[in-house]
Ligand binder design. Structure first.
Ligand code: SF4
Length: 311
């Protein structure tokens, strides 16, 4: 799956000082699963390596881009490039984007904006701002955010879901296939936002009606909107209890008590999600629960990334 990335995070020497900002997690760990589309807006818009440092100036909502010492306004140069590059990226079918934090071009949030004698840390890099506007559903995160286990898990889950959705769209989607897609994602969506999940269910029930194409667009917005909500321990615990309901008759008294205890400890954040989930997977396999086996919730991303060992 294709993921856009700030080139310097992959170790490319494109920074203003001729260096890079290699990030081992992005480049190597995630690089094993992602096919990166590296982008350095500053170099690609015609700036040299090395070059004079640039910074955002003016109003945080609509800042300009200036060279620090020579005071050249390079905003137009960046905007002209940005328009063409974003059109080019539309053809790449991206499933996510990882940006370099704090950059006046790539930073997603809290970038310094100089205003008179003061500095506010609430800006967004000029390229990043265009990216967010052009790709409102695309999972976008900074490499700094990926250090937080909850943000990391959420981002990677959205990337893999977006990829499955794009595969679904490219394989001749039908109302019946949409129902199947939605059914497989039921528990995952419930863990993020049960209310949106229910609305999506009603929506999918009308998928046989005319206007299927518009319905797919609307479903895509709801899907990515739902996953943008964080799956909290309380919501995960509800989903785990829901799964447990499928074995009510099979589990012995002590087995039930053990499972409830693990869910409780997870809910109180004394155990990571992987612990109750592993036991749940064991019972799903033991009792051959076909419906549950198909649930994306159980394996939304590669287990080797160990994302649920830390949330
Ligand atoms: S932060 Fe963006 S513009 Fe700056 S060097 Fe990295 S890729 Fe290039």
């Amino acid at each position: 799956m294709k993921i856009g990335v700030s080139s310097c995070l992959l170790g490319e020497n494109v920074r203003y000082d001729g260096g890079h900002k290699h990030d081992a997690y992005v480049a190597a760990t995630l690089g094993a699963y992602f096919s990166y589309v590296p982008v350095c807006p500053e170099v690609e818009c015609g700036m040299t390596i090395p070059r004079e440092a640039i910074r955002l100036e003016g109003e945080p909502e609509s800042p300009r881009l200036f060279t620090v010492k020579t005071r050249r306004d390079v905003t137009e140069q960046m905007l002209v490039y940005r328009e063409a590059k974003l059109a080019e990226l539309k053809k790449e079918n991206l499933c996510g984007y990882i940006l370099k934090k704090n950059s006046p071009s790539c930073g997603l949030a809290r970038v310094k904006v100089y205003r008179g004698q003061g500095i506010v840390k609430s800006g967004r890099g000029i390229f990043a701002a265009g990216l967010v506007m052009s790709f409102p559903l695309l999972p976008i995160e900074e490499e700094g955010g990926l250090n937080d286990p909850k943000i990391r898990e959420n981002f990677i889950e959205r990337v893999f879901t977006y990829s499955r959705w794009k595969d679904f769209l490219s394989a001749n989607p039908t109302p019946k296939k949409l129902v199947e897609f939605h059914t497989c994602h039921k528990l995952l969506l419930m863990a993020h936002n049960p209310q949106i999940y229910r609305e999506m269910g009603k929506f999918v029930a009308t998928s046989g009606a005319p206007g299927f194409h518009e319905l797919l667009n609307r479903y895509e917005s709801m899907l990515m909107g739902c996953l943008a909500y964080f799956a909290t321990p309380r919501k995960h615990a509800d989903v785990l209890m829901h799964i447990m309901g499928y074995f009510k008759k099979e589990l012995s008294g002590p087995e039930k008590a053990e499972m409830l205890d693990l869910i409780d400890q997870y809910k109180n954040e004394t155990l990571p999600l992987i612990v109750p989930l592993t036991l749940m997977r064991h019972y799903i396999s033991k009792y051959d629960q076909d419906y549950l086996k198909k649930q994306v919730y159980l394996n939304p991303h590669p287990q080797e990334l160990m994302l649920r060992n830390h949330v």
